[in-house]
Design a binder for this molecule. Structure first.
Ligand code: F6P
Length: 377
């Protein structure tokens, strides 16, 4: 390419949406177009748009006014590029994506997403495409980065919810269990639980027993606080359920034939299904153990919706601009990670297929224990 030909890059958002996606598109786009004179196109609905070559040109006008808007102007999906359903059958669409990339005259492709997106990006990288990723998820579970955009906003939302259930729990002398997202990682529940002063925090990394949770509640009652607020991660499980889940996962990993893999996956799905209502079950068990009434609030998608907080806008802008810098330097195959106040290019091979869980000796946990928070262990 001659130096006068502007670089042409594609961008997409994939996986569950999260606050800060538009701020990131803007950060990449304004830097790429305004600072480096590149061209930018946006694929619609994540990997789906890439496979179907469904894109829109993104210019300064399209990027204007989106910093504060929730969701993603491009749409998203959870598609896996090597397993797209075509005529009822899963098909590997990596070759189709490579063809579209070449047809569109792209120099690079930026995928904004979480763990699943890193895996998709790695497949495209291995197929020879110039890819970069940017870390997005409210779960904060992406390996290799200090944090991901969406996490700070979701922490604010979940913290406010915990603050609000405090006064009603107190007024009615109830236990209120607030279930918080995070998939199989406890970051969001831990952060919001500590910030909101939850009396008990239950996260997947620390399997709990009902007895230990009930002990914390009984201690509070003895001290004159006849109410309790419990922050429960959607992935938190008691000791027995954790053992069942881990055993089912082991069976999937150990499966040697397609038949045994199918059976193991069906068993895992059954185990997951039977554990779905775990927060409600815990509420009933705590009512029986404590004699207090218990209520459950599932925060759900309010944690993912709406305008990003200032910290996420800042993170999205600086990571987005850093991604455009890498494109300008012709550097690909990385996730643009947040590292302290700066950014770091982390090879995608160190990110794809990994999950960042909360270390059980994390200082947020140690501080919470010191101020009397229970973890059900
Ligand atoms: O990964 C983000 C997340 O919000 C998780 O916290 C949650 O388990 C999941 O997505 C919900 O996904 P979906 O949008 O597919 O319902």
């Amino acid at each position: 390419m001659s130096s006068s030909t502007p670089k042409r890059i594609g961008i997409l958002t994939a996986g569950g949406d999260s606050p800060g996606l538009n701020a990131t598109i803007r950060g990449v786009g304004k830097t790429a177009i305004g600072y480096y004179g590149m061209e930018l196109i946006g694929f619609r609905d994540g990997i789906t748009g890439l496979v179907n070559n469904n894109y829109v040109p993104l210019d300064g006008k399209a990027l204007s006014g989106i910093l504060t808007i929730g969701g993603t102007i491009l749409g998203t999906s959870r598609d896996k590029v090597h397993k797209i359903e075509v005529d009822g059958e899963p098909r590997d669409m990596v070759p189709a994506v490579v063809e579209n990339y070449e047809k569109d005259g792209l120099d690079g492709l930026i995928l904004i997403g979480g763990g699943g997106t890193a895996k998709n990006a790695k497949r495209l990288l291995d197929a020879g495409l110039n890819v970069l990723t940017l870390p997005k998820t409210i779960d904060n579970d992406i390996e290799g980065t200090d944090t991901s955009f969406g996490f700070a906003t979701a922490t604010e939302i979940a913290t406010e919810a915990i603050d609000r259930v405090h006064s009603t729990a107190h007024s009615h002398h109830r236990i209120i269990l607030t279930e918080i997202m995070g998939h199989r990682a406890g970051w969001l529940t831990l952060a919001a639980g500590v910030a909101g002063g939850a009396d008990v925090i239950l996260i997947p990394e620390i399997p709990y027993t009902v007895e230990k949770v009930a002990e914390t509640i009984a201690r509070r009652t003895a001290q004159g606080s006849s109410f309790s607020v419990i922050a429960v991660a959607e992935g938190a499980r008691d000791v027995d359920d954790t053992a069942d889940y881990e055993a089912a996962k082991l069976l999937v990993r150990a499966a040697k034939t397609p038949e045994s893999a199918r059976a193991a996956k069906a068993h895992l799905a059954h185990v997951e299904d039977s554990q779905r209502e775990h927060t409600f079950r815990l509420a009933r068990e705590l009512e029986a153990a404590s004699g207090l009434e218990a209520r459950v609030t599932i925060l759900g998608y309010v944690q993912r919706g709406g305008t990003p907080c200032a910290a996420d806008r800042l993170l999205a802008t600086r990571l987005g601009a850093a991604a455009a810098d890498l494109v300008a330097q012709g550097e690909y195959g990385y996730m643009v990670a947040a590292r302290g106040d700066g950014t770091e290019a982390v090879p995608l091979s160190e990110v794809a297929g990994k999950v960042k869980l909360v270390p059980t000796d994390h200082n947020w946990i140690e501080a919470a224990r010191k101020v009397g928070t229970g973890f059900g262990d």
